[in-house]
Design a protein around this ligand. Structure first.
Ligand code: C6P
Length: 421
């Protein structure tokens, strides 16, 4: 695990004017315990630019109304804004059609939807679902539940000591009983960027569909679902500068068409009688009930914001801050990275001597630094590396090398307070 050299995900890109970007985020002017906020918990949730905050406020102040229901002006306006956001998201991930973009509560719900509706319809006793050893719990538990229900088997691709999937084992796991593969684009606990395009092609050669958990992918690099050729791609708005409580399931139209609905209720129907119900067309078949209208509109504004910055410029900037962090933190004696993958995005995970991660997080908080500590909803990853918890610093478009220095200095304070580091 001594090796820290890691390849940039995206390579060089146009420079981002970070000082200007920071001005877009009101919260970055806040102080914590009298110190300037250093927000390095972006993988948990990213901060919101003023344009998103104002767009949500404008909806409530001037457009608030239910969608797809009224003929009145406000309803038409809200419906247009909601559907415009769908178009913005479609362009953002380069999906072929708006109806392939289903709004859900977040990545978690997107994966649950596929496990329930695709898994429920296609899994039988003895069938197999393939996931990896680096999953977030959101891409484990829904599959466990449906596998238990159907008598299917969950197969797990192992990861090596660096935190990369063992490709040869992946190939051996794919077989005639594999019904679906579900993989993270980027690991939230290790930062590993998986070779998803190659892994999708491998699965497709055997006719197996692939879901990509893009919760940590979409915020950090240009995603092209048609180029990846993934069957499903799940992501959350709040990790990409949008509101909480909203996210996206991209699915190929033919697969979504063939799946039964997820929930029943308003808007997902064409006609209802006590004898039978005719379901609505895509994507509405999967959007039962009044959705998070303000959230979706806010997500549309977040996508526009990211597009305005240029996702390539954002990626390249984050790669630079990440490379600096890897180098700077490698020089902090007693610090050990958990996960040194071949390709890494946007975060570092580490332990520091034998100080518990929560103690480190508490001391860093006193310095105004927000990091995440714990198992990061990826307990099997902690087991794999034999640690109870790690400290995770995760980066976004507004983070700077100077903030990495503040983190490194905070760790020196931890060393002073705890003997033996
Ligand atoms: N990870 C983190 O701190 P939701 O909660 O539905 O927006 O996203 C779930 C999810 C799914 N997959 C991956 C890879 C994720 O990282 C997450 C969320 C956060 O790492 C909160 S636990």
């Amino acid at each position: 695990m001594g090796q820290v050299k890691t390849e940039a995900w995206n390579g060089p890109g146009e420079a981002l004017d970070v000082a200007r970007v920071r001005e877009d985020f009101p919260i970055l002017g806040e102080s914590v315990h009298g110190k300037p906020l250093v927000y390095l918990d972006n993988a948990a949730t990213a901060q919101k630019p003023r344009s998103v905050i104002e767009r949500v406020a404008r909806y409530y102040e001037t457009e608030n109304s239910n969608i797809h229901r009224g003929v009145h002006r406000l309803s038409e306006q809200a419906t247009r804004a909601y559907e415009d956001a769908r178009g913005a998201v479609r362009r953002f991930v380069n999906a072929a059609q708006d109806r392939e973009i289903v709004f859900v509560r977040g990545a978690t719900e997107a994966i649950n939807l596929v496990a329930r509706c695709y898994g429920g319809a296609n899994l039988e006793a003895g069938d197999e679902v393939v996931i990896s050893a680096m999953e977030h719990h959101s891409n484990i538990v829904p599959w466990q539940i449906i596998c238990q229900e159907k008598g299917a088997i969950l197969r797990v691709i192992p990861i090596d000591d660096r935190g990369d999937v063992v490709m040869e084992r992946y190939h051996r796991l794919l077989g005639p009983r594999t019904r679906i593969v579900a993989l993270p684009h980027v690991s939230n606990a290790l930062g590993t960027v998986n070779p998803v395009k190659e892994m999708i092609a491998d699965a497709h050669r055997q006719g197996i569909p692939v879901l990509v958990d893009g919760a940590q992918g979409a915020p950090h690099a240009a995603v092209d679902v048609r180029d990846l050729d993934c069957d499903f791609y799940a992501f959350s708005s709040h990790k990409m500068y949008g509101p909480t409580g909203v996210g996206v399931l991209y699915g190929k139209a033919a697969l979504l068409e063939a799946m039964p609905p997820y929930q029943g209720g308003g808007d997902m129907i064409l006609t209802v009688s006590f004898e039978a119900t005719e379901y609505n067309a895509l994507p509405y078949k999967f959007e039962a009930g009044t959705p998070n209208i303000a959230g979706v509109i806010g997500m549309g504004a977040a996508v526009e914001y990211l597009t305005g910055l240029g996702i390539e410029a954002v990626s390249a900037h984050e790669d630079r801050v990440l490379a600096y962090a890897v180098e700077r933190l490698a020089g902090v004696s007693g610090l050990r990275f958990v996960g040194t993958p071949a390709r890494r995005a946007s975060l570092v995970s580490f332990v520091f001597g034998d100080v518990h991660a929560h103690d480190i997080g508490t001391i860093l908080d006193q310095e105004g630094i927000a990091v995440r500590t714990g198992h990061h909803c990826a307990m099997p990853v902690m087991d794999r590396f034999g640690v109870p918890a790690t400290v995770r610093a995760s980066f976004a478009c507004y983070n700077t090398e100077a903030e990495v220095d503040v983190l490194a200095e905070g760790l020196e304070k931890v060393r002073r307070l705890f003997d033996g580091v």
